[in-house]
Design a protein around this ligand. Structure first.
Ligand code: CMC
Length: 374
């Protein structure tokens, strides 16, 4: 029983109506809808609605949430003043963590913690995350800020604010699908961190800040950036096999592979693999795709481990010419939908989350005066 419960494996930390996973069969659903149906059909705005209302929106409900999201894209004045300093000094995930924390100071709902205010704050946070990332990037690149375009979807608007050009419909739709795929994933580390924070009855901005902090690590959301760094290091597909075998010989993990819950293909990876292939063909640049294929094959041959959501997301974002250090912030731009819904779910039926421990320190012993210590 040495490692029983290590990493809380198998522990049910909370009940949720938001998403479900069958790790043996590779099934993921949001509020009962298969991720495959959602990836093929839903927009990210529909997913935000679904996670917060537990039903798909009608046409008028969708129009209304799209409008609310479009109206809330600008950061408040305090954060806008802070962004140039963060762009000059902070890495992207540190910027996001600090900017989201700072957003609480001037939120229009202040410290109102009513259910209605928390919903408004949640929508505001979903709307503003992409703007923070895009503004930050343009500020650090000494480029003019592109104000949000309320006529564009959240996905298309992000690409527009980041790059200054409007993406074609296929590209915008592909990015939208990436947001759909990353929006929620049961009791992952960042969602759990958000729920732990909310369960103390701390505020929603604090819970989002905790979630961003947890997502940042390379065992979680930071893996997508690590995958792109690996692809760049490998350089050509013919070098991939040796590179991976060497990593295993050194007992290193290959980022973008393995999962606590999935013991088969992560269903999100199926869609991201398809998109990476399509983009390789569309751009006429098979580089990332070929290296990724070779990595996947080698990891499967050597260890029988499947790629997770982060593996092909890296290639897709690479093909969309998104800077590598923005991959994890983009993950956050999607996952904030799930985090905020989980936090509202936690508040609705709260109990402090306070696990137990296994003590492994010395047995009780006598106090040693300073003069008698070794
Ligand atoms: N490369 C090589 N070996 C691996 C990998 C990997 N990526 N993942 C798991 N293993 C091996 C691991 O070495 C261990 O082997 P052994 O039993 O011989 O010691 C076994 O598989 C179980 O791994 P574990 O680390 O105990 O599993 P875990 O459930 O604690 O960790 C994980 C899950 C996702 C942290 C881990 O698979 C990992 O570190 N993967 C690489 C990082 C990564 O891609 N993270 C993204 C996770 S999915 C999306 C997200 O959350 O962002």
């Amino acid at each position: 029983m040495a490692n029983a419960g290590k990493g809380l494996e198998g522990v049910v930390a909370a009940e949720t109506a938001l998403s479900d996973i069958d790790g043996q069969q590779g099934i993921l659903s949001y509020v009962g809808y298969s991720i495959h149906d959602l990836a093929d059909n839903a927009t990210f705005e529909e997913i935000i609605y679904l996670l917060h209302h537990l039903e798909l929106p009608t046409e008028s409900q969708l129009a209304s949430i799209r409008e609310q999201l479009a109206q809330e894209r600008e950061p408040n004045g305090f954060v806008s003043e802070l962004l140039p300093t963060l762009a000059a000094n902070a890495a992207p995930m540190s910027m996001l963590r600090t900017a989201v924390s700072a957003s609480s100071a001037k939120d229009p709902d202040g410290w109102d913690v009513s259910e209605a205010a928390n919903y408004r704050k949640a929508i505001r946070l979903c709307a503003v995350f992409p703007t923070l990332v895009a503004y930050y990037h343009r500020l650090r690149s000494d480029e003019k800020l592109i104000p949000p375009d309320p006529n564009l979807s959240l996905a298309a608007n992000f690409l527009y604010m980041l790059k200054g050009d409007k993406a074609d419909d296929d590209t915008a739709r592909m990015f939208d699908t990436c947001l759909v795929l990353h929006a929620d994933h049961t009791m992952n580390a960042s969602t759990f961190a958000a729920r732990v924070c909310a369960a103390t009855l701390s505020d929603i901005h604090s819970a989002m800040t905790a979630a961003i902090a947890a997502l940042k690590g390379p065992l979680h959301g930071g893996a997508n950036e690590a995958v792109m760094k690996m692809i760049k290091e490998i350089k050509t597909a013919d070098k991939a096999r040796d590179y991976i075998i060497k990593k295993f010989a050194n007992k290193e993990k290959v980022m973008g592979f393995g999962h606590r819950v999935y013991k088969t293909e992560d269903p999100r990876a199926t869609h991201l693999r398809r998109m990476a292939k399509e983009l390789a063909e569309k751009t006429g640049d098979p580089h990332n795709w070929e290296i990724s294929q070779e990595i996947e094959k080698t990891v499967m041959d050597e260890k029988g481990i499947y790629p997770n959501v982060d593996f092909y997301a890296a290639s897709v974002y690479g093909y969309l010419q998104i800077p590598t250090d923005l991959f994890t912030p983009i993950f956050a731009c999607s996952r904030v939908a799930g985090w905020s819904a989980h936090v509202r779910e936690q508040y609705a039926d709260n109990r402090l989350i306070r696990p137990d421990h296994g003590y492994v320190g010395p047995a009780p012993r006598d106090w040693t005066p300073l003069s008698d210590r070794g």
